[in-house]
Write a protein that binds this ligand. Structure first.
Ligand SMILES: Cc1cc2nc3c(=O)[nH]c(=O)nc-3n(C[C@H](O)[C@H](O)[C@H](O)COP(=O)(O)O)c2cc1C
Length: 312
């Protein structure tokens, strides 16, 4: 049966249901874009029923080759990536992935990326036709030449306006942690019609191979993710939730335990995405949800709603 619940959920009392705007999720855990392929790949190796949603890797209007190797490097507590959004383009993506979406045991969100507003909108149209249930607008890819839309309120609003006009699905802006003040860009995206924001994408970073005196990534600068990102992303969730308390937030950055999910919920997120943890542990979702449930039981928390935005 589609979107069947897992054993973990049957064994438990806590109510894991949550909502991101009009999107009802059976679990607050989301698989973050770019770390679970098109989601179809994850179905073969992991239990998708633990997720409330899974976000497919960002797709562009035409195929992108991405950057040359090396483009992934473990550094310190996290991962540097400079992939450059290698993807087959929306036409091939829809053909190959679209027909398989309905058979997955999780609602799949699409992710649109592009060089200008028109490209973002074109992809959004294709994603909706392909059957995704929501669309993240990736305004914050750290590996694109040219501007990062997320750092400029008017550019972010222009892209959002175009995507809003292109689809009737719920849309969310995925923002960058490279901002000093996340509120003006977030507010601009809200005015342009987003239903939620995802906070955050990776932060710009670099690493050096000392022996070779070479950068670890072919693109030199890439996106840093993993546990070191959590305090940075939490700061964004707290500040945006304070400024715009009605805006649904998907927290994202450095989630590796169930307790990390709880932190983001308390900070003001109503759902929480985990990314890098999947690279070393493709079945992490099941563990994360089971740790979340144990935490809720131990602390006598009966529902996700009892946590969201309860920071004192
Ligand atoms: C290898 C890799 C590829 C990624 N690709 C995308 C992408 O295509 N689109 C996107 O919006 N975010 C992408 N991200 C960012 C993640 O979705 C997430 O926002 C970020 O990694 C922070 O969460 P984490 O610390 O749990 O990984 C990627 C991250 C990694 C590590």
């Amino acid at each position: 049966m589609r979107h069947q619940t897992s054993d973990i959920r049957h064994q438990t009392n806590p109510d894991l249901a949550t909502a991101v705007g009009l999107l009802r999720l059976r679990s607050p855990l989301i698989a973050a874009s770019g770390t679970v392929g098109s989601v179809v790949e994850l179905a073969g190796v992991a239990d998708l029923s633990v997720y409330g949603a899974a976000v497919a890797k960002s797709v562009s209007a035409i195929p992108w080759e991405g950057r040359p190797a090396p483009r992934l490097a473990p550094v310190g507590l996290g991962m540097l990536n400079g992939i450059g959004i290698q993807n087959p383009g929306i036409e091939a993506w829809s053909r190959e992935v679209g027909p398989r979406l309905a058979g997955l045991d999780v609602p799949v969100w699409g992710s649109t990326v592009g060089h200008d507003a028109e490209e973002f909108a074109q992809v959004a149209i294709g994603l909706e036709v392909a059957g995704v249930s929501a669309i993240e607008i990736n305004l914050s890819c750290p590996n694109l030449e040219g501007r990062m839309f997320s750092l400029d309120a008017s550019a972010a609003a222009e892209v959002t306006t175009a995507v809003r006009a292109a689809t009737t699905l719920p849309i969310g802006a995925k923002l960058s942690p490279n901002l000093v003040d996340p509120v003006p860009v977030t507010a601009a995206c809200v005015d342009a019609g987003v239903d939620f924001v995802t906070l955050t994408n990776t932060i710009w970073g670099a690493g050096i191979d000392l022996k070779e005196r070479r950068p670890l990534l072919s693109g030199v600068i890439g996106g840093y993710s993993g546990p070191a990102l959590k305090p940075i992303a939490l700061r964004f969730v707290i500040e945006v939730h304070r400024a715009l308390p009605q805006l649904p937030i998907v927290g994202c950055g450095g989630v590796v335990t169930g307790a990390d999910i709880v932190e983001f919920l308390i900070a003001g997120a109503s759902a929480v995405a985990a990314g890098t943890v999947h690279l070393a542990e493709p079945q992490a979702g099941r563990r994360l949800l089971s740790e979340l449930i144990s935490w809720m039981r131990r602390n006598r928390v009966r529902s996700i709603a009892e946590l969201v935005g309860t920071l004192r």
